[in-house]
Write a protein that binds this ligand. Structure first.
Ligand SMILES: Nc1ncnc2c1ncn2[C@@H]1O[C@H](COP(=O)(O)OP(=O)(O)OP(=O)(O)O)[C@@H](O)[C@H]1O
Length: 412
């Protein structure tokens, strides 16, 4: 008889030419890690797809949903795998259509990737179609926009039959696009930016600047919750936390009020750039969107960029807030971000921040305090926590300058 499996479809990987197998292999590794909680018996490549088998031959809706969250997955189908015997795939087609919750119209879409299979796909369509018409006499065939489509695909000596297919997150397998350091606040935007670069295949190392000791550590717990929520995507390597409150107070006492935020950001970028060097990451990522708040004007973005040489990616720069909120809801981080917590962003904020900073004034404020010593000191105070969700993450070898794991474990 036939067994129930999940058939994983990818799109962009299929366009990768000679490197395609590298991408496919990484997706297999990532799926194995992401599906640790399921009774998965095997994840393997077949021509053009990846197949996930379970120990009990039951591909559940929950398994299908978990697979759909893994970057690189364009679509996931709960399929019956049978041999090439007609009676077998006829009854698989009946079973697949029976499982569709409600429909009045359907069609069959037959394909054969196996060149030695003797029946042409047009004939296969006709044969399976007539079996289904017999079993479902009150349903109608519709070639355009049917309620249900039964796919019958002959691949490498097996036939895969399915009617239940859902869309995946798309993108590329994590681990195929290098490493980035993402500046993660507990707000709405940066978790979305973090997820977006992860979806494009980057391994992401978040850095959170906490207001500690001037604020509580709530924002750190929220960041950990955000990362745990993204577990299924498997994009996060290690979270770094920088206690920034004391240094912010120093800056606020020294520089003109209107330039405080720019100074905080320049220090944050420089510390993040140092972490990127230690981690071997090639870019920073932020959740800025053009003009959203005072610090996100073109002049202010330039004033902050000037502090570092590493490229800065801003995946949300052209997004509207409503679009960002919709994405945050879809990836599950919105409700966590909505729990406002004091972090360094709410500390020592100016009443009137500069919106069009002039570089001469920025540099003069920057040189009015010992920013080099401050950055060194902050890097030496960095704490970290590993999440073991991203199989391509390799921790840096040289960690002597860091404290061992200081972040609390109990919220894992
Ligand atoms: N405490 C922080 N720790 C790490 N990164 C931060 C922090 N605060 C801000 N950032 C980075 O700077 C970006 C811009 O922050 P800003 O406060 O100007 O905007 P925001 O709209 O509130 O962003 P978010 O919704 O991500 O908090 C953030 O998206 C994030 O990448």
């Amino acid at each position: 008889m036939f067994e129930s499996v999940c058939l994983v479809h990818y799109h962009e990987i299929g366009l990768k030419g000679k490197n395609r197998s590298t991408f496919e292999n990484q997706l297999v590794i990532n799926l194995k890690r992401a599906l640790r909680a399921f009774p998965v018996a095997g994840v393997s490549r077949i021509s053009g797809y990846i197949v996930v088998e379970t120990e009990d031959h039951r591909a559940t809706k929950e398994l299908q949903a978990a697979i759909s969250q893994v970057p690189g997955v364009a679509r996931v189908s709960r399929a019956y795998r049978c041999g090439l015997d007609q009676e077998e795939f006829f009854s698989a087609a009946v079973r697949a259509l029976e499982e569709v919750a409600s429909f009045t119209t359907f069609k069959v879409h037959a394909r054969r990737s196996a060149t030695n299979f003797p029946i042409h796909s047009i004939e296969l369509n006709r044969m399976v179609g007539s079996v289904l018409c017999e079993h479902f006499p009150d349903k109608k065939v519709a070639m355009h926009a049917p309620d249900a489509t039964v796919v019958v695909h002959v691949i490498q000596g097996s036939t895969y039959v399915y009617a239940d297919s859902i869309v995946g997150v798309g993108g590329l397998p994590v681990g195929t696009a290098g490493k980035v350091v993402s500046l993660l606040s507990s707000g709405i935007d940066s978790p979305v930016a973090t997820w977006m670069v992860g979806r494009r295949g980057a391994t992401v190392i978040p850095v959170h600047f906490s207001g500690r000791p001037m604020t509580a550590d709530t924002s750190e717990y929220l960041c950990q919750d955000i990362i745990s929520t993204l577990e299924g995507a498997g994009i996060i390597g290690r979270l770094y936390v920088v206690p920034f409150g004391e240094r912010q107070r120093e800056i606020s006492l020294t520089v003109p009020q209107s330039l405080r935020i720019i100074m905080y950001r320049r220090v944050m970028y420089q510390v993040s750039e140092r972490i990127a060097q230690i981690e071997g990451a090639s870019a920073l990522v932020t959740g800025e969107s053009l003009g959203q708040v005072a610090s996100q004007t073109l002049d202010n973005i330039a004033a902050v960029n000037e502090a570092v040489t590493i490229p800065i990616l801003r995946p949300l720069i052209g997004s509207d807030k409503q679009e960002i909120i919709a994405r945050a809801q879809a990836i599950g981080t919105f409700d966590i971000s909505a729990q406002a917590a004091d972090d360094c962003c709410t500390l020592f904020m100016p009443r009137r921040p500069e919106t069009h900073a002039r570089m001469r004034e920025v540099l003069s404020a920057w040189n009015s305090f010992d920013h080099e010593a401050m950055v060194d000191d902050l890097v030496a105070q960095v704490e970290y926590r590993d999440f073991n969700q991203c199989p391509s993450y390799r921790p840096p070898k040289e960690l002597s300058r860091f404290h061992k794991e200081l972040l609390p474990r109990e919220t894992a």
